[in-house]
Design a protein around this ligand. Structure first.
Ligand code: KG4
Ligand code: ZN
Length: 336
């Protein structure tokens, strides 16, 4: 054992996820996805999510411990996402994990979900250390963060409207590709021409901030017109062009931050980092510049318990613990 042995619980949105992490080694990571339950509504329904977390959390925790071969009495700490996310969903995992820690007489750590995403690359890349520029892009957040030291976050840019994942989700819904939209567009773009349609790239005058709502309007306007004149381009071209517009903005802003800070490494976290085109473009650009790039494998990009345990492990190492009377914070902000 490299220790500490931490159980991480994540229930901020539509996945109930639990993992056991030993130091930086993932001993188990299990999740119960609610995608099917939400798909028929075209997006996440908060009440449905909260109830599904309640139903799944206990058995998932048993599974995570069993798969890790760990007895709950051997845990050094229990952690859960404290925010940001859906309040009704967050409170399930947070209360469950806090009660578990309390009954075990072990520290409890409430973790910022985005700090979790930021720690995910550590689970697979020993070389991932600050200073580093990290692109965080999920369904609810998109930000470019300069990590000057673990726990020290300079959020250089963020979206001024939709998050990147939200743009994927909304546009996939418009195209009739279903929910979640990111994987659907990723798949539909296969074989498509990313330069087929020149969709706008917003906020060229602001080096680090992002914006995606203009893209959404442009796609809807262009395709509605094309449909009216019976000139709809092939779906693969549409998907590839939308994806390219989002990826271009994410890559540009990330490397603008690299230029500004002189960082010699970039990393990423959040569901959108599972996107194959984004990963390839970040890797290419890093290679061209001769800097390091640390991307989690796709299942550690999307929500999981291991990233929460990894961030908790760091905070525990600094002697931190979350007060027993703390509450969830649905609008928690990284670096605030
Ligand atoms: O981090 P995450 O799992 O949950 C949140 O914290 O929101 O991110 C979910 C987001 C969704 O918007 C989903 O469409 C997007 O990540 N996503 C992707 C891909 N896989 C998931 N976006 C683009 N390409 C993908 N392959
Ligand atoms: Zn997330």
């Amino acid at each position: 054992m490299t220790g500490p042995l931490v159980l991480g619980v994540e229930t901020s949105c539509d996945e109930t996820a639990v993992a056991v992490v030993d130091g930086l080694e993932v001993r188990s990571s299990v999740l119960s996805s609610q995608v099917d339950e939400h798909a028929r509504f075209g997006g996440v329904v908060p009440e449905v999510a909260a109830r599904a977390h309640v139903e799944a959390i206990r058995s998932l925790t048993h599974r995570a411990l069993a798969e890790a071969g760990v007895h709950h009495l051997d845990l050094d700490a229990v952690a859960a996402t404290q925010g940001p996310g859906l309040a009704g969903a967050l409170v399930v995992g947070f209360s469950f994990a806090r009660a578990m820690a309390w009954s075990l007489g072990k520290p409890f750590l409430g973790i910022d979900h985005m700090e979790g995403h930021l720690f995910a690359p550590r689970l697979e890349h020993p070389g991932y250390t600050p200073p580093v520029v990290v692109l965080l892009a999920s369904g609810g957040h998109s930000q470019v963060v300069h990590v000057t030291d673990w726990g020290e976050y300079d959020v250089m840019g963020r979206t001024i409207d939709d998050a990147a994942g939200e743009a994927f989700d909304k546009l996939a819904r418009f195209l009739g590709l279903g929910y979640p939209g990111g994987p659907a567009i990723d798949e539909a773009s296969e074989g498509g021409d990313p330069n087929a349609i020149d969709f706008p790239r917003a906020l060229a005058d602001r080096p680090f901030d992002l914006s995606f709502s203009g893209l959404k309007t442009a796609v809807v306007t262009r395709l509605t017109k094309a449909a009216e004149s019976d000139e709809l381009p092939p779906l693969a071209d549409v998907a590839a062009s939308i994806q390219e517009a989002i990826v271009d903005v994410l890559v540009d802003k990330t490397f603008n931050a690299v230029d500004e800070t002189g960082a010699t490494a970039v990393a990423g976290g959040g569901g959108v980092l599972a996107n194959r085109r984004l990963r390839a473009r970040l890797e290419d650009e890093a290679r061209t510049r001769g800097i390091d790039v640390y991307l989690p494998s796709p299942e550690l990009c999307t929500d999981n318990g291991a990233m929460i345990a990894a961030a908790a492990s760091f905070r525990l190492g600094r002697g931190e613990a979350t007060a027993w009377n703390s509450e969830i914070d649905a609008s928690m902000k990284l670096g605030a």
